[in-house]
Structure formats: C-alpha cells, structure tokens
Design a protein. Structure first.
Length: 66
C-alpha cells in the first residue's frame, strides 16, 4: 500500500471553490460574489475557504434558463 491519491473531477464535487465555480459555470468571480451577497447562491465557509454548493449553482443556472 503506497501513498495513493484520488483526484476528484470538479463535476463530481459537491462544493466548489470560487475559482472552480467560475470555470464550470462561465460566470465571473465578481458575479459569483454578487450572487452570494444577494442570497441567490448558497455557500459554506470552511476554515478560511468559501465553497459554493454545486446544487445551488446548478439550481441558479437551470432556473435562469426558463
């Protein structure tokens, strides 16, 4: 048994860093921060890191397509 690391693709994560959420959604970092401030996007803070919940990001984008 060695030191094996598992890489989880960003599309498999349940929460994303702001940078990663920006990449997968096509939204800018500033737009994501504005959506968080307006309460339209949910995130959790773990330590000093803010993580956007994937389901919240998907709901925002899918809801905006109506």
């Amino acid at each position: 048994m060695g030191n094996e690391t598992t890489t989880i693709a960003s599309n498999e994560r349940i929460a994303l860093r702001i940078h990663d959420a920006s990449l997968v959604s096509g939204l800018s970092r500033s737009t994501l921060y504005e959506l968080l401030k307006a309460g339209k996007l949910r995130a959790v803070k773990v330590g000093g890191r803010r993580l956007i919940l994937r389901e919240s990001l998907e709901a925002l984008l899918l809801g905006g397509a109506e």
